[in-house]
Design a protein around this ligand. Structure first.
Ligand SMILES: Cc1cc2nc3c(=O)[nH]c(=O)nc-3n(C[C@H](O)[C@H](O)[C@H](O)COP(=O)(O)OP(=O)(O)OC[C@H]3O[C@@H](n4cnc5c(N)ncnc54)[C@H](O)[C@@H]3O)c2cc1C
Length: 304
């Protein structure tokens, strides 16, 4: 079995096996059976934010298929393997607002929490109250408050811990269901301009950079139009060094968006990595800014 079958990019070499889990109990049992250092497995949601090496992953993949949503007034308790779009649809139909702009983002709720996914001014963490996790080292179940999740732009404590996210609680506000559905519909329409249906990609490859993370000297040299919503656009930086339309093997950078790397068919992870490193280097040379990947790299040396 190969990870290319489990990722939206359609890239990734062999794995030892896949365990599909449909309940917390199955997830915990699968983890307990593996080596106790918590390193012998990869927990996978929708596989929509991964670049996996051509040599694959030297362990087991646990595919999270634990789904379910329970409503209690304006609160939703959601299982981490729930498809994010299913959650958006449920909230919209229930007349609960706060998730409608996330429509069209692929993957699971667990994966979205891990990377604090967001779009159009909304993030998955905005209305999140707490997260229940399984600590894969101590085998304990813990409740993590929103504060302790340490959410920031495309980041969370989960990127720095060995927690398997089990479920989460959102506290949403009431709104007109029809209007919410309309917002999500329009959002999906806008998204399709960048992401045509069936596109083989992992979303935006590099992260935009919050302006407070950059020295004033570097910021002052950037064209004003590079800054959107207090972030420097990775796409604008890449475009300015000629990334649009660049190609290596079967991997190309979209001619209409410099931060969108696409597998044209039988692309290789190695070409993807080299193309990303080439343009990361060009941006660094020109601006002194080191772009960081938004996508999780599996079985690669770090890009930064
Ligand atoms: C066409 C396209 C458009 C996209 N648009 C956006 C966008 O607008 N905004 C945005 O933020 N992202 C976007 N993405 C990226 C991606 O969809 C999101 O990051 C998504 O939330 C990832 O969820 P997933 O379930 O697919 O995670 P996966 O890719 O399966 O996993 C990503 C990481 O999360 C970890 N993880 C997954 N589940 C759990 C869990 N239960 N517990 C602990 N760790 C876990 C994995 O181990 C891995 O490290 C896009 C991707 C594509 C392909």
């Amino acid at each position: 079995m190969k990870l290319s079958d489990l990722t939206t990019l359609g890239i990734g070499g062999p794995i030892q096996g896949v365990i599909k889990v449909k309940s917390h109990q199955e997830l915990k049992e699968a983890i307990r059976k593996l080596p106790a250092d918590g390193k012998g497995f990869l927990l996978l949601g929708g596989g929509s934010n991964l670049l996996v090496s051509d040599s694959g992953y030297p362990g087991i993949v646990i595919k999270n298929e634990v789904t379910g949503i329970i409503r209690d007034k304006n609160n939703l308790t959601v299982q981490s393997g729930t498809n994010l779009q299913d959650l958006v649809d449920f909230a919209n139909s229930s007349g609960l607002c706060g998730l409608e702009n996330l429509a069209g983002i692929p993957g699971t709720v667990g994966g979205a929490i891990y990377g604090n996914a967001g779009a159009y001014g909304q993030a998955i963490s905005d209305h999140l109250e707490s997260v229940k996790v399984f600590d894969v080292i101590s085998y304990q179940i813990l409740d993590i408050s929103k504060h302790d999740c340490q959410f920031s732009y495309r980041n969370s404590v989960f990127k720095r811990s060995r927690y398997a996210i089990l479920e989460t609680v959102f506290s949403l506000s009431s709104a007109d269901s029809k209007k919410l559905k309309q917002i999500s519909k329009e959002t999906i329409k806008k998204r399709e301009v960048k992401y045509s249906p069936g596109i083989k990609c992992p979303g935006s490859f590099f992260q935009n950079i919050p302006i407070e993370k950059l020295p004033a000297k570097i910021l002052a040299k950037l064209p004003k139009e590079f800054i959107l919503f207090n972030k420097v656009s990775a796409g604008a930086l890449l475009e300015s060094v000629g990334a649009k339309g660049a190609k290596r093997g079967d991997i190309k950078i979209a001619p209409y968006h410099a931060n969108l790397f696409i597998n044209d068919g039988t692309g290789k992870a190695e070409d993807f990595y080299k193309l990303a490193r080439e343009y990361q280097g060009k941006v660094y040379e020109k601006y002194g800014i080191k772009l960081e990947p938004e996508v999780q790299l599996i079985n690669f040396p770090p890009l930064v």
